[in-house]
Design a protein around this ligand. Structure first.
Ligand SMILES: Nc1ncnc2c1ncn2[C@@H]1O[C@H](COP(=O)(O)OP(=O)(O)OP(=O)(O)O)[C@@H](O)[C@H]1O
Length: 267
């Protein structure tokens, strides 16, 4: 049995609305992510934002990241709950951007160069070595991005964000375009990241319900409500409460299988 408790709010959206001209895209988005404490594990938070294509996931993603301002409403971040600013969240875009003319080592170093904590070159080298060991990238450090597979590049891009020290990381469709083996590797990487630090908080925007749900403690469904304009979070599933979080073989669990069915019916 998983024993856990929920504590301070780390991320909160209050009455977020987004309109383009007279078209309402997002309506009354409200949610909060609380710090989960779990005995014996530095358990971070993993939330999946699920919705069909064109519903407004990317717009909400950009609002959470502080990249665009909502028409009304506000997103608060961290323990002091200040309004989010651009740059406070690590972003792993769908088409991950690595610097093609720099090696993987240099790309990872960019993450550390952008970290709030200033480190010496020797310290940076050691950290990159440790991360590369942990995440099976040591043999690729001297290569250039073009010499890596899509899945490997995706992992580098995720680690680059982890190295910046941002505890909040937004991932846009992290599984798209990857084969099954690579999806598993990315999943394992995200699980590791989510247990590196208690306050690490991943928000995964995806339409790959099974994979996103398998590593999440919470699922938000972004969808429309009859007769109302714009998309909102029509349902939140608390997988901790349902006993479906942090289970390695969750996919074959009958309760998980029926949850996925239900989620699909709500899109
Ligand atoms: N700058 C803009 N001006 C007007 N409408 C926009 C703008 N950007 C996005 N939209 C509209 O907002 C809606 C939501 O788009 P969004 O990209 O967030 O969808 P999505 O859920 O991320 O889709 P997908 O899964 O296909 O990426 C769409 O109807 C889109 O046409």
């Amino acid at each position: 049995m998983n024993t856990y408790t929920k504590h301070k709010v780390l991320l909160k959206a209050e009455d977020v609305n987004l309109q383009y001209g007279d078209k309402q895209i997002l309506r009354d988005i409200n949610f909060s992510i609380q710090d989960i404490h779990r005995e014996g594990v530095a358990q971070g938070q993993v939330v999946s934002l699920i919705g069909r294509s064109g519903i407004g996931k990317t717009q909400l993603f950009r609002i959470l990241a502080g990249l665009i301002k909502p028409t009304s409403g506000v997103v608060h971040i961290e323990e002091d709950q200040h309004p989010v600013q651009a740059g406070e969240m690590g972003i792993v875009p769908q088409h991950y951007v690595l610097f093609n003319h720099r090696t993987i080592y240099q790309n990872l170093k960019i993450g550390l160069d952008n970290a709030a904590v200033k480190l010496s070159d020797a310290e940076k080298q050691q950290i990159i070595k440790d991360y590369a060991d942990t995440f099976e990238l040591t043999e690729h450090l001297k290569k250039y991005p073009a010499q890596l597979s899509g899945g490997q590049r995706q992992r580098v891009s995720i680690i680059q964000q982890v190295l910046t020290g941002n505890k909040f990381i937004l991932l846009d469709e992290p599984f798209s375009g990857l084969d099954i083996l690579m999806v598993d590797k990315v999943i394992n990487l995200l699980l590791k990241v989510s247990t590196l630090h208690e306050q690490n908080t991943l928000v995964i925007v995806s339409h790959d319900i099974e994979n996103a749900a398998a590593i999440s403690d919470t699922i938000w469904i972004l969808s429309t409500e009859e007769g109302k304009p714009g998309a909102t979070i029509v349902k939140e599933y608390d997988l901790c409460q349902m006993g479906l979080a942090w289970m390695p073989d969750i996919r074959s669990n009958p309760a998980f299988v029926s949850l996925i069915k239900e989620v699909k019916s709500k899109l």
